[in-house]
Design a protein around this ligand. Structure first.
Ligand code: C2E
Ligand code: CA
Ligand code: CA
Length: 790
């Protein structure tokens, strides 16, 4: 039996169809549920709300809720089931969907990496997911929930944080990024961040908290590191000895450290930043320096050891070295500059000193050869570029430096050089340079001259300055220089060539009698090379016996009787023939070869005299005059040498006359007196040679132990012509006689001179009028004759 509604439940249009549907064994209530239902009914006799899954006629799924009871016959045997069926398919479908959704949430809850919790306001867990358990170090959510029964005291490292969290949550209903530290199960503290919201009941009271938890320990550690690094950098910034800065592109300070303030003379970085508002204008002594700095930065992105002179707060100047770099933003735009500053003033000044030392002469402070050559090179460049530009070069060598040095000592020599340097500087114009080349050699660059006249002006000023007496160690010393001049400087392209030619010209000036200048011309080069050759040759001359002595008679001016001879050296050069002393004596003097040469002359002259005295004994005996150079006179050994020669030759000492020029004597009067006294002690006689050419002061004649004056040839020469010097000669003769000195007139060439001299009662004469200097044999012939008659 079935009611028609039942047919509808099963999707049948009529009861008949429903009955057919059941009969065709497609019974709507079959399957395991039906078996279970039947079993239960048989046992209990009734069933209520039993849910059965079956199908409708069209095969679609149908859920039924069955309530039924067993119908029995009179004997109690079950004969039928009687009850109702309710179609619960749609409810079942909703339930199923709900279950599915829950399943998927549960899956998220179970598998998500973020911790998810539900807790009571009192601090107990209602739910926790595996991720939360993992974060807190528990094996399972269950373990976590069982263990942490009071969150505030058991989980939070700082329990007060939980209260803060709750206050926030209660006030606003949710909390974001709440960071705090918790204890894990193993006791280790970690940092977590939580999002949470309050879940309220119908009445608005808070039922529970829900939310998520993330482990942010790693981030916190990184933050810590960052903070530490920041602290470290802060400390470096504060305590660094180097100045550290950040500046804007337009030259403002963005930050500065204490060291920078110190370097620039400010009491604090703040003061520095307040004061220095325009770096390019206020800081750098050269206003263009900041731009140069920025240019390098722009080109390379950084700059290292950029050295500049800057002004400190008090206005003093210091040197700094900057290393800086650009700081750019995300998009590559230039934000500002950063960098370091070192105070390198001390280093700079040491460097300056070293550079100065490298380019200057320590004694005089003048530039040295190196610097001079550099300037000379510049001048040559300028000549090549600017056609109107001209310069001249002088090369100076002091004439008597060695004498001063040897006789007065090195200190005096040094003092002389210092004084000479000062005088050279004084005589020059500001644009000229003077350098010491070493020893007593100086070079002068006369810059930017318009012509020869300019150079000559400078030259005469130089000579004038040098001509003034110099007081050294309380003594008056006279100095002069031989100067080589190069005027045609435009023909050169190397500085060495200019100096070489100036040197050649100087050598020439020296050879021509010192205290003079010579202008270089190309013929000198040849002469110089031969001069150099000569110097080498002269070294051999002594050894190969190439020196000769010629003798010039000194006669009684009235009778022409030979009273003595002057020994004059000649050099019989194997290729060049006879060379006059003027050509090699200055060189021998300069090189020191004069000492052995002079010894040879002395010995040879005395040997010859001894022979002639024997040949022609007279009363007083025949005399021999020998020239003594400055160098020889400055050499104390001379005394011993003469003593030995006198002993060897056995001539009476008073027949040897030493001729010394007055300038040689005057160079160092005190020494001269001592030397002369020693020589006099040997018994020899002293002649002042070339008298009248050196010092105008005759006062010294009194203080020196002298025997004879030789009136210089130049006076004799001028007697009787336009510029009559007769008066002077007369005065000299008178003076000499009043001092008890013998007088010899030199260079008597003509009879008129002889007569004039006779008139002044001059006793002795020497000159071509009587005889030229002649070789020993010829002199001997004259001697045998006994007199020289013009
Ligand atoms: P001095 O000592 O003044 O020698 C005299 C010079 O005048 C000699 O030149 C001689 O030849 C020259 N003379 C003599 N009478 C006349 C004359 O009437 N007219 C002219 N015009 N000249 C005359 P000399 O021999 O060429 O010597 C030049 C200089 O070389 C000497 O000048 C002397 O300073 C130096 N000298 C020569 N021999 C020696 C020497 O053995 N040792 C040193 N240290 N110097 C010497
Ligand atoms: Ca002489
Ligand atoms: Ca002379």
């Amino acid at each position: 039996m079935a009611d028609p509604a039942m047919a509808t439940v099963f999707g049948c249009s009529s009861l008949t169809q429903f009955l057919d549907f059941g009969r065709e064994r497609r019974l709507p209530l079959r399957g395991p549920e039906t078996q279970a239902l039947r079993a239960q009914v048989l046992e209990t006799g009734t069933i209520a709300g039993f849910e059965v899954h079956t199908r409708r006629l069209d095969g679609s799924s149908l859920w039924l809720s069955v309530s039924a009871s067993l119908v029995r016959d009179s004997e109690g045997r079950p004969i039928a089931l009687e009850g109702t069926l309710e179609d619960i398919t749609s409810r079942k479908q909703v339930e199923k969907r709900l279950h599915q959704t829950e399943e998927s949430y549960r899956s998220i809850f179970e598998h998500v990496q973020t911790g998810i919790f539900q807790t009571t306001p009192s601090g107990k867990y209602l739910a926790a997911n595996p991720a939360l358990a993992r974060i807190y170090g528990y094996d399972s959510p269950k373990e976590l929930m069982a263990t942490l029964t009071d969150i505030g005291s058991m989980l939070y490292v700082v329990p007060a944080r939980r209260r803060e969290f709750q206050q926030l949550l209660h006030a606003t209903g949710h909390v974001c990024d709440f960071e705090y530290q918790v204890y894990r199960k193993d006791g280790r503290a970690i940092w977590v961040s939580k999002h949470a919201w309050a879940v309220r009941d119908e009445s608005g009271g808070i039922r529970c908290y829900e939310g998520t938890v993330r482990d942010i320990s790693k981030r916190k550690l990184a933050e810590d590191d960052l903070r530490q690094a920041e602290r470290k950098y802060q400390s470096i910034f504060e305590n660094s000895l180097d100045g550290i800065f950040q500046t804007s592109i337009d030259g403002q300070y963005l930050s500065a450290n204490p060291a920078l303030a110190r370097i620039y003379g400010f009491s604090s970085p703040q003061e520095l930043m307040d004061h220095l508002t325009d770096i390019s204008g206020q800081l750098y002594s050269d206003p263009g320096r900041r731009q140069a700095f920025r240019d390098v930065l722009a080109q390379h992105g950084s700059v290292s050891e950029f050295e500049s002179e800057v002004r400190r707060k008090d206005g003093s100047l210091i040197w700094i070295s900057e290393s800086a770099w650009e700081v750019r933003g995300q998009a590559g735009e230039l934000l500002h500059y950063e960098g370091l500053v070192q105070d390198i003033t001390t280093r700079k000044s040491v460097e300056d000193q070293l550079r100065h030392q490298a380019f200057h002469d320590a004694l005089t402070g003048l530039p040295n050869r190196l610097l001079f050559m550099d300037r000379l090179e510049w001048a040559i460049h300028r000549t090549q570029r600017k056609s109107k530009y001209r310069f001249a070069v002088f090369f100076l060598d002091l004439d008597r430096f060695k004498v001063v040095n040897d006789s007065l000592g090195h200190l005096a020599g040094d003092a002389l050089l210092v004084e000479v340097a000062a005088r050279l500087k004084k005589a020059l114009r500001p644009m000229d340079s003077v350098a010491r080349f070493g020893g007593d050699e100086f070079a002068v660059l006369v810059d930017d001259i318009t012509g020869t006249l300019d150079a000559t002006h400078v030259l005469s000023r130089l000579r004038e300055e040098l001509g003034k007496p110099i007081i050294i160690q309380g003594r008056q010393v006279f100095t002069s220089a031989s100067i080589g001049v190069v005027l045609k400087t435009w023909v050169y392209d190397r500085p060495e060539q200019v100096v070489r030619d100036a040197d050649i010209a100087m050598y020439r000036a020296k050879a021509l009698g010192k205290a003079r200048y010579e202008v270089y011309d190309s013929s000198m080069h040849l002469a110089a090379t031969s001069l150099l050759q000569l110097e080498t040759d002269l070294r051999n001359a002594l050894e190969f016996d190439e020196l000769r002595l010629h003798y010039q008679p000194i006669v009684d001016i009235h009778t022409g009787d030979i009273k003595g001879f002057e020994a004059l050296v000649r050099w019989e050069h194997p290729r060049r023939g006879l060379i006059a002393p003027a050509e090699f004596i200055p060189m021998a003097e300069e090189t020191g070869m004069i000492l052995p040469l002079g010894r040879w002359v002395l010995r040879e002259a005395c040997r010859q005299l001894a022979a002639w005295q024997t040949l022609k004994p007279t009363n007083p005996p025949l005399s021999m005059s020998v020239n003594i150079s400055a160098r020889q006179f400055g050499d104390i050994e001379l005394i011993g040498e003469i003593r030995q020669i006198l002993e060897e030759t056995m001539i009476p000492p008073e027949s040897l006359k030493l001729e010394i020029t007055e300038s040689k004597v005057m160079e160092n009067a005190e020494f001269a007196v001592r030397m002369l006294t020693h020589l006099k002690g040997l018994g020899v006689r002293i002649s002042i040679d070339d008298f009248g050419t050196g010092y105008s002061s005759l006062a010294y004649l009194h203080s020196f132990p002298l025997d004879c004056l030789k009136i210089d040839r130049s006076f004799v020469d001028k007697m009787g012509d336009g510029q009559d010097s007769s008066n002077i000669v007369a005065a000299i003769v008178g003076l000499a006689h009043s001092l008890g000195l013998e007088v010899v007139a030199e260079g008597v060439e003509v009879g008129g001179q002889r007569e004039a001299l006779q008139g002044f009662s001059c006793q002795l004469a020497q000159g071509f009028l009587f005889s030229r200097p002649v070789p020993g044999v010829e002199a001997e012939a004259l001697l045998v004759l006994g007199s020289c008659q013009p």
